[in-house]
Design a protein around this ligand. Structure first.
Ligand code: CS2
Length: 485
């Protein structure tokens, strides 16, 4: 038998508390890299600091079956490596109380975990597209193939939304109280989006169930933040060298973490504020700040950095012109679109972001962040553009960011090599790329209303600015375009 983190000799201590006290009071859908380094870690620190019994039942619905198998094999323990510029701190995380995958354990095992009385919170990190909503209207997309499936097979769902609705139906049938649905995705007003999706599906199934959900379930919004690049074989090996045992579930991340949570839970919640989280009445301003300043400049750096030949964000930040452009984008074009509570220092926030992006120990690939642009652009770059258009203020960095995305989805880099464009709308881009060039191609991309709505393509100032930035970028290349900002 191979040695695992549960039985090997480690250089760091395993959790010291009696793990038998953990109850699966949270069911989490989407046990990806981010969740393991964020919510599961906060919950771990709370277990360490108190006699809390909040454990997490981890679920992956469609992807990464191997991770769930590996977690089971190593008693649900795994490593987080917090990598600062010059030192790495390992932690063995012990907040998981179960791990399930429908392909291994069956769909009913997942539904039963969600529908048993002790479950008080169902949390989600399923990425933007996991909500199956239309970007423009924010309502459930009834044509989404997963939703079509879930409507035809409501008791054996596929989507996270389908699981939530079916689990809530079971709870109602069993006379159990509802749970809170806590979205931890980088989606603006993520709780409201989760609510619209869940109610949309419930209404399509059964009006009474929908009314019950409306009356009994809350959907707190959260702002989550920690830079957690996808693990690579090199990161895993590096962690194994330091830990003493190979942990296939390990993940490396930055030392920084932040979590702002709307305090709106129907069935209790852990005191995550004891370990650094913040409970507030209104999270939306914090979500907007983070999405526009951090994620917006991340996407800007990802597209223009990739095109400029940089593999990671930290590499991109070594170029002083990219660095200056990212700071200017944050402070001159994103910060002015925000309405923050008094005392928020957006200049200091921007400086901290520049430092975090420059962390040389993190190999956060520009290609990774460039993924799923159709889902990310609206909230990161286009909402702020709308505000500038309304106010008549300047937004030329944002225009180059949008042009960077357009150039990237052309699928060929500045040296003529193919770019692997990963996006739910990739097929649509391909059709456009085959048919059009130059300004006509820009026009065709602007016609994708799921991204640009119908207002932006109708605004001559928007069309002119993006067409101009695109032409400049195509002619001079990304590095020169960034330098000319
Ligand atoms: C990134 C985010 O991949 C992306 O789109 O912008 O994952 C980012 O690293 C996190 O939101 C940081 O909290």
């Amino acid at each position: 038998m191979t040695t695992t983190i549960a039985d090997g000799d480690l250089t760091v201590a395993r959790p010291q508390w009696d793990r038998a006290r953990l109850k699966s009071r949270i069911v989490h859908l989407g046990c990806g890299a981010f969740h393991r380094a964020h919510q599961a870690l906060y919950t771990h620190h709370l277990l360490e600091a108190s006699d809390s019994d909040w454990g997490i039942c981890e679920v992956n619905l469609m992807s990464d079956q191997a991770l769930i198998e590996n977690l089971k094999r190593q008693q649900l323990l795994y490593t987080v490596a917090e990598k600062g510029a010059d030192n790495t701190r390992l932690k063995i995380i012990g907040s998981m109380s179960e791990a399930l995958h429908p392909e291994i354990d069956g769909c009913d095992a997942v539904l039963n975990a969600m529908a048993r009385s002790q479950t008080a919170i169902v949390s989600l990190t399923v990425t933007e597209k996991g909500y199956c909503t239309e970007a423009a209207s924010g309502e459930l997309d009834r044509h989404n193939p997963l939703i079509v499936h879930d409507l035809a097979n409501p008791t054996a769902p596929k989507s996270a939304i389908g699981y939530i609705v079916e689990a809530l139906r079971l709870r109602r049938e069993r006379g159990l109280p509802a749970f809170s649905v806590m979205s931890c995705d980088n989606v603006r007003e993520n709780g409201h989006v989760a609510r619209a999706a869940v109610l949309g599906l419930a209404r399509a199934r059964d009006a009474q169930l929908a009314a019950w959900i409306e009356a009994h379930v809350t959907f707190p919004c959260t702002m989550v933040d920690r830079i957690v690049p996808a693990a690579t074989p090199e990161t895993l090996q590096e962690i194994a060298d330091q830990l003493g045992v190979y942990d296939p579930c390990a993940i490396a991340c930055e030392p920084f973490r932040q979590w702002v949570i709307e305090d709106n839970f129907v069935n209790g919640r852990p005191d995550w504020d004891r370990v650094g989280a913040q409970f507030v009445a209104d999270v939306v301003p914090f979500e907007m700040m983070k999405l526009r300043m951090l994620n917006g400049s991340h996407s800007f750096l990802a597209y223009l950095g990739y095109l400029g030949g940089y593999e990671t964000i930290a590499d991109t930040m070594t170029n002083p012109q990219y660095r200056a452009a990212a700071l200017a984008l944050m402070t001159q074009e994103q910060a002015p679109t925000l309405a923050m509570p008094e005392g928020t220092d957006l200049q200091a926030y921007a400086q901290l972001l520049i430092e975090r992006f420059s962390n040389p120990a993190l190999r956060h690939r520009t290609w990774q962040i460039a993924m799923d642009g159709s889902q990310k652009l609206p909230q990161r770059l286009l909402d702020p553009v709308r505000i500038h258009l309304e106010q008549g203020s300047d937004w030329h960095h944002l225009a180059l960011g949008v042009a960077g995305w357009m150039r990237y989805v052309q699928g060929v880099d500045e040296q003529g090599a193919a770019i692997e464009v990963v996006d739910p709308l990739a097929a649509e881009y391909q059709v456009i790329n085959q048919r059009y060039q130059g300004a006509e191609r820009v026009q065709a991309l602007l016609g994708i209303s799921a991204i640009f709505g119908t207002d932006l393509p109708a605004d001559a100032r928007f069309v002119a600015a993006v067409t101009g930035a695109s032409a400049m970028l195509n002619q001079n290349g990304a590095r020169a375009a960034v330098a000319a900002l």
